[in-house]
Structure formats: structure tokens, C-alpha cells
Design a protein. Structure first.
Length: 145
């Protein structure tokens, strides 16, 4: 199956406010950052319903980029609907969906454990010491025109 970048963003935004829980895969109930991406890919038919990546630690263990490269197409620049991998400290440990920011530029829809309470949120994308870009990927089956 295929999907457009706008469909990926719409599916991500449909999960706004869903509580964060480590390794959760329950759309509308609980998700973590990887769970958000995986559940969107499942919902849009981009991966089989049984597809999952699990048994990862809450702390970065160095495997996130390797797993992303194995299952998605690496990109050189941000694009709507892309999966963005970021480092919060020094190692890649977090991901979300790139969206269009309503005042121009980019936003990220992501399941944030640090939000109070932890939940799926959308924030303007601003790279700084606290959030550093480590990889950009296109989900399989996403068609960019």
C-alpha cells in the first residue's frame, strides 16, 4: 500500500494527547515515540500489522539509527511526513513525525516522556543543544510528489 506525507502527518496528529508509556503500541490509549511511528505505519498499511521493534531500553543504546536504516529510506533533508531521529543528550534516542508548523517551518509530532504528563505532542522543530538531528527517514510506501 502507499500513503502521502500528508496522510502520515494526519495519522500522527490524530494521536495528539495520547499518554506516553514505554514500548506501548496502543493507538488512542498509550504510545512511546517508536510506538507512534510503528502504529502509524501499520494504520496506513505501510508495514504488516505484526511489524514491531521492541526490547529496547529507555536509554540510548546505539541501535536506533541502525534499525531505522534497516526498515526505512534514509533522507538528506527534512520533508513532510518524514521520521526524524534526534538525540536529546548525545546518542540518538528519540523519534517523531515531521509536520508543517502552522506559522511556517517544521514541527515534530512525538510521544514525549518529558511532557507533563508524558503524552503525544506537537512542537515547533528547533534544533539546539537539547534536541540534535541524527537521522531523517521516509517510511516504506510513502509517495512524495
Amino acid at each position: 500500500m502507499t500513503a502521502t506525507p500528508a496522510q502520515v502527518v494526519a495519522a500522527a496528529r490524530a494521536q495528539l494527547g495520547v499518554p506516553w508509556m514505554h514500548q506501548a503500541r496502543l493507538p488512542g490509549v498509550a504510545l512511546d515515540c517508536a510506538g507512534l511511528v510503528i502504529c502509524i505505519a501499520r494504520q496506513l498499511g505501510l508495514v504488516p500489522q505484526c511489524f514491531d521493534i521492541n526490547d529496547y531500553a529507555r536509554q540510548a543504546d546505539g541501535t536506533l539509527l541502525q534499525v531505522c536504516t534497516q526498515h526505512m529510506l534514509p533522507l538528506d533533508a527534512l520533508e513532510l511526513g518524514a521520521v526524524l531521529v534526534v538525540a536529546i543528550d548525545r546518542d540518538p534516542q528519540h523519534m517523531g513525525i515531521v509536520a508543517d508548523y502552522r506559522h511556517g517551518g517544521w514541527a515534530i509530532v512525538h510521544a514525549a516522556s518529558g511532557a507533563h504528563p508524558g503524552r503525544v505532542i506537537e512542537t515547533r522543530l528547533m534544533f539546539a543543544r537539547g534536541m540534535q538531528q541524527r537521522g531523517i527517514y521516509r517510511l516504506p510506501g510513502v509517495v512524495v510528489h
